[in-house]
Design a protein around this ligand. Structure first.
Ligand SMILES: [Zn+2]
Length: 161
């Protein structure tokens, strides 16, 4: 999801996945999120728009997140037997269902005072966002490659000084 709406990642221009639909289906499996039906190309395009819509929440834009919650009809609801708590209505379209669940998850993080853990990578040339699970919320980079790149940049800057 993260890489759907950024123009640069890990110091390189972000290449859109060759098959956006397939890479989204893989991401859903990794997240344990079960779509109500097979994903179409149009769904994948709309999900990329949702990713862009949710991105500002990682910069603390609560108003944008509230708009997304309303737009995608986020509502607590018990699904299935045994019941599982979800945040979209029983008849929600696949894209709205994912958007509502994702927006609610972000809202809960912010609502319990942990919004500082929704972070954007601080390395140059990278717009990826992540959830910081470190004890003291001190993670600055999306991953090792950005951390190493930022360290090398800082080292070269010190050498020049
Ligand atoms: Zn990064």
């Amino acid at each position: 999801m993260n890489e759907l709406d950024v123009t640069q990642a890990r110091g390189r221009p972000a290449e859109p996945p060759a098959d956006r639909r397939a890479s989204l289906e893989e991401a859903f499996v990794r997240q344990g999120w079960t779509p109500s039906r097979a994903l179409t190309g149009a769904d994948a395009d709309r999900l990329a728009e949702v990713a862009a819509e949710l991105h500002p929440a990682f910069a603390g834009d609560v108003a944008a997140l509230n708009r997304a919650l309303v737009r995608h009809s986020a509502v607590p609801n018990l699904h299935g037997d045994p019941p599982v708590l979800a945040f979209h209505g029983p008849g929600a379209d696949l894209v709205d269902a994912w958007a509502a669940d994702a927006a609610t998850a972000l809202a809960m993080v912010i609502g319990v005072g942990q919004g500082v853990r929704l972070r954007s990578c601080e390395a140059g040339g990278c717009d990826l966002v992540f959830f910081d699970v470190t004890r003291n919320a001190s993670r600055r980079f999306c991953g090792l490659s950005c951390q190493n790149r930022a360290k090398a940049t800082a080292y070269r800057a010190r050498r020049r000084a």
